[in-house]
Design a protein around this ligand. Structure first.
Ligand SMILES: [Zn+2]
Ligand SMILES: [Zn+2]
Length: 768
């Protein structure tokens, strides 16, 4: 009988793909086999309805599967029937998937009083549930996950071994008889009696703060409608103004507070179930996202979270209640005191969250891998890439040596390049404390382990003092491999080249906070020519000076004063300061500026945003990174008229200067009008700069990266001008454009450097 052999590539292991193939083949009366191997899944199939099998195989694949390609050739099938064969040794390449939102079938189980998983918070199957966050190492099977200590009971075992069941080889499956259990503890660690959901709900409704153990770490939750509870949470967490995310049952419930369009809804309902930033709606939740025009929202996507809403609804049977109105709206913020990594362990929670949480909803399924919530805007635009996306690889245009890239200092992530795939780690965060540096090392070890990679190269930032650089140099020495330093903004542009498979020279517009340039300067507003390992600076923003150094980056009033001083507006400083910040003393700053003492220059666009916010009297001090720029974007968004200021910028020999614009902001009608004028003029200036340089350099592709590329208004004003002029504009879509994507770019550049090193040594050998 004629048979075909298929090789399926993509995310096809650990997602119920083999039983899916088995069921389809049996339905069509085929004979043959299916098994996991090193590259994915292979199938041999024969029978009269083989053509139908080929047609349906890619279209009816399970929820979490992603088929990248199917190769087929003629093969052979011996015997009758269709079987699932044992995996080939070494079949582990991409076996651990990301965590996924509860699937509709498990949801139905949860809400069925006759089902043995009625109201069971750890219900899962091959189509949903935790993966990455419960996996210690490969291969992905139960013994390597935190479910290892929960042997399956007979009914679960029967499901696990039955290919017709959706829990066939569901490595984290369990039930109330054999699986993890919940418990609710008070602030002193004493167990609270009663149903954990009912009791948790009572606490939340009474304005208490409850620590909830989620998938990749603990959340701190409180009633989002209770302004006092929110204020108390801010005070206990020492989080003055940084926005919180809110969880509500459905889009209809959230609609009063957030404008959720089609694109936002698709993201919210995706299997990754991220936090999605939406424009605020008609009603405001006090204290949740002060001063910002967006609200981060998410839907309950684990059984543990959903059961809280089920409790509010009165424990209804069936799933119709999910569409109903439901009053419960919770603040869900990462439990990471003092900016340290997220809390993951039970004892650790009682210890580190003491004084913050009033109670703890815990369970005995360990979180193996710490993983924050992902945050996106529609686009999609990643602000933070973590739970639900990691460790899904980003496809590369070509292969090369294995690289470990260690990222930067803020919003750190690491990246492993293996063959034609780049594995970007979850968000590690700012490396300004020992706990975060420990988390960085842990992440590197875990990622290399699950990918079975021993790197040929290690890449890091140019900055010699970053903990990520220190770790890179240490690992390179231990492994005896080269460590390659990559410029910060070169890496920003390269990250976008990597995800778009670019192999030709591009014009790179890096608009950013700050990063060390190869000349030792603080860069952040650069026009670069990037061609693989080569990066040439074609132009930069006119440098602003930072009076008092790094402190000026946190104090917009200092940037404003500096910009006025250097922009020829010295006589207006006193009047401006008196009007907006009468409590501030200009004298020490003026002395520093006059003598050029402790006033390092920076070409950062982020500092121009700070200067504008300071000038408009909007903000003198930022309480978190990027606050002034985000608020300025918010102010501009509500303003109607949006025209650039004529003569608002000057362009000389590749240097773009917005001093005329800043001077004009002193005469703005109000902060909103000034913010809109600032955005429109900056976009116009950047566009003219890019177009001039693209013509000069004969480059047709422009890559826009860096933290300021997250500014949706700026990009919406810039993009169409460049596109209309015939340029192809490339932006970050699969990784964050901010420092969270640096490691991807570092890895890509390191491969290009390595290739050049090899060519050079090859040529020199040839010439001898
Ligand atoms: Zn499921
Ligand atoms: Zn069981």
């Amino acid at each position: 009988m004629s048979a075909r052999l298929f090789r399926v590539r993509g995310l096809v292991q650990g997602v119920g793909f083999r039983p899916y193939v088995w069921r389809l083949a049996n339905e069509l009366g085929l004979s043959g086999w299916v098994r996991n191997d090193g590259a994915g899944v292979s199938i041999a199939a024969a029978g009269a309805r083989l053509a139908e099998f080929i047609a349906r195989l890619p279209t009816e694949a399970p929820r979490l599967a992603r088929i990248d390609g199917i190769d087929s050739e003629s093969g052979e099938v011996v015997g009758e029937g269709f079987v699932i064969l044992d995996s080939v040794a070494g079949a582990i390449a991409t076996a651990i998937g990301p965590d996924a939102a509860l699937c509709p079938d498990c949801l139905a189980d949860l809400c069925d009083p006759a089902n043995r998983r009625w109201r069971y918070a750890f219900t899962t199957c091959t189509h949903c549930g935790p993966r990455y966050t419960v996996s210690r190492k490969i291969p992905y099977d139960r013994a390597q996950t935190s479910l290892a200590g929960f042997p399956l009971c007979p009914p679960c075992e029967a499901e696990y071994t039955n290919p017709a069941d959706r829990r066939f080889h569901a490595e984290t499956t369990c039930c109330p008889a054999c699986g993890p259990q919940l418990c609710l503890l008070d602030a002193a660690g004493q167990a609270l009696a009663g149903d954990p959901f009912a009791a948790t709900l009572r606490l939340l409704q009474a304005g208490k703060i409850v620590a909830l153990k989620g998938l990749g770490g603990f959340h701190l939750a409180c009633d989002a409608r209770n302004a006092e509870a929110v204020a108390e949470l801010r005070q206990r967490k020492q989080r003055e103004a940084k926005p919180f995310a809110v969880m509500g049952l459905n889009a209809a419930v959230l609609a009063a507070f957030a404008k959720i369009g089609e694109a936002e809804l698709d993201l919210l309902r995706s299997t990754a179930a991220p936090i999605v930033l939406c424009p605020k709606g008609a009603s405001e939740l006090p204290g949740i996202a002060p001063g910002l025009p967006w609200l981060g929202v998410m839907l309950p996507s684990t059984p543990l979270h959903l059961l809280l809403w089920h409790e509010v609804a009165g424990r209804p049977r069936g799933t119709d209640w999910l569409k109903d109105a439901n009053e419960l709206l919770l603040v869900m913020t990462s439990a990471n005191p003092h900016g340290e990594p997220l809390v993951t362990g039970n004892d650790e929670a009682l210890n580190r969250l003491a004084g913050i949480a009033d109670a703890y909803l815990l369970h005995d399924r360990d979180i193996v891998v710490r993983c924050d919530d992902s945050v996106l805007r529609a686009g999609p635009l990643f602000i933070r890439r973590a739970r639900g996306y990691v460790p899904v690889p980003i496809a590369l245009a070509k292969g090369g040596p294995s690289v470990l890239a260690l990222g930067g200092f803020l919003k750190n992530t690491v990246c492993v390049l293996k063959g034609r795939e780049a594995f970007l780690s979850q968000h590690v965060g700012g490396l300004d404390n020992a706990a975060a540096i420990g988390f960085l090392e842990e992440t590197v070890g875990h990622l290399l382990g699950i990918l079975e990679v021993r790197p040929d190269l290690i890449a890091h930032d140019l900055h010699p003092d970053f903990p990520s650089t220190h770790l890179a140099l240490r690992l390179a020495e231990e492994l005896g491999v080269p460590a390659l330093a990559v410029g910060h903004h070169h890496a920003h542009i390269a990250a976008i080249c990597a995800e778009h498979g670019i192999n030709e020279p591009v014009l790179g517009l890096a608009i950013d906070g700050v990063g060390l340039g190869p000349d030792g300067g603080a860069w952040g507003g650069e026009l670069l020519r990037v061609a693989g390992a080569a990066c040439t600076r074609l132009g930069h923003l006119w440098p602003l000076r930072l009076p008092g150094g790094d402190r000026a980056a946190r104090e917009p009033w200092r940037m404003a004063l500096s910009a006025l001083y250097d922009g020829g507006q010295q006589e207006r400083i006193a009047g401006w300061l008196h009007q907006h910040y009468p409590q501030r003393d200009a004298a020490p700053l003026l002395t520093m500026l006059a003598r050029d003492l402790r006033c390092p220059p920076t070409s950062s666009l982020g500092r121009w945003f700070d200067a504008a916010a300071g000038l408009l009297g909007w903000r003198d001090i930022s309480s978190y990174e990027g606050q002034a720029a985000m608020e300025l974007e918010g102010l501009a968004a509500v303003h109607q008229a949006w025209l650039p200021l004529p003569g608002g910028f000057a362009l000389n020999s590749g240097v773009l200067d917005f001093s005329p614009l800043l001077a004009a902001l002193l005469d703005a009608e109000d902060a909103a009008q000034g913010a809109a004028l600032f955005h429109a003029t900056v976009a116009a200036g950047l566009a003219e700069w890019v177009l001039e340089m693209a013509t000069r350099e004969k480059l047709a592709k422009i890559v826009v990266g860096g933290g300021c590329a997250m500014n949706a208004l700026l990009m919406a004003a810039l993009r169409p001008v460049l596109t209309a002029a015939g340029l192809t504009v490339l932006e970050a879509r699969q990784a964050p454009p901010n420092d969270g994507g640096l490691a991807l770019g570092q890895g890509w550049v390191a491969r290009a450097m390595f290739k050049e090193m090899k060519n050079v040594s090859g040529n020199s050998r040839a010439s001898r």
